[in-house]
Design a protein around this ligand. Structure first.
Ligand SMILES: [Zn+2]
Length: 174
């Protein structure tokens, strides 16, 4: 069973009551949120946001570095002036180290032809994964990264948060 097989049926119901086709492209709250791809996090409901109000950039861990390309586009072309970085408890990014993940990818590639294996090893060796162990420190470091990044607009308000997957509560770190 593939998850995508349910898309069309579910979408029919969604599209039937859809009434947001008029929304402009720039987010109404001039807000960009960076958060984890974790399947348990509902940004809209947990923060009381509506469709069209914010850019939500999701990636593994809610890494600001990983999100930077989207942040630049969001600020320069779509007018956002506030960034909120969310990391969360019980995050998968606290469960591995980059060397472990690289070894895993390399070991999965063992049966591939030599040229492909070399390409895979070279690529994964060149990747940064932004894993972390200390949750609060990782939020502080990401906010610091954004504040020191010369390409992030100086007037942008930048805050850092922790979302608790156990009780749905958010806490501001900085
Ligand atoms: Zn996570």
């Amino acid at each position: 069973m593939s998850a995508h097989l349910e898309f069309v049926e579910k979408n029919v119901a969604y599209a039937e009551s859809f009434d947001k086709g008029h929304l402009p492209v720039p987010p109404a709250k001039k807000l960009l949120i960076v958060t984890c791809m974790d399947a348990r996090i509902d940004c809209y409901k947990s923060l009381g946001l509506e469709l069209g109000e914010a850019h939500i950039v999701r990636n593994a861990g809610g890494s600001a570095r990983d999100a930077f390309r989207s942040i630049l586009i969001s600020q320069r072309l779509l007018g956002t002036r506030e960034i909120a970085v969310f990391h969360h408890t019980n995050c998968g990014m606290q469960s591995f180290t980059a060397p472990q993940l690289r070894s895993l990818v390399k070991s999965d590639a063992q049966s591939r032809p030599d040229n492909e294996k070399e390409e895979i090893e070279k690529t994964v060796d060149g990747m940064t994964f932004y894993e972390f162990s200390d949750l609060e420190r990782s939020v502080l470091e990401d906010v610091k990264y954004l504040k020191e990044n010369l390409l992030v607009l100086e007037e942008a308000k930048i805050t850092g948060w922790i979302y608790d997957t156990a009780n749905g509560k958010v806490k501001q770190v900085v």
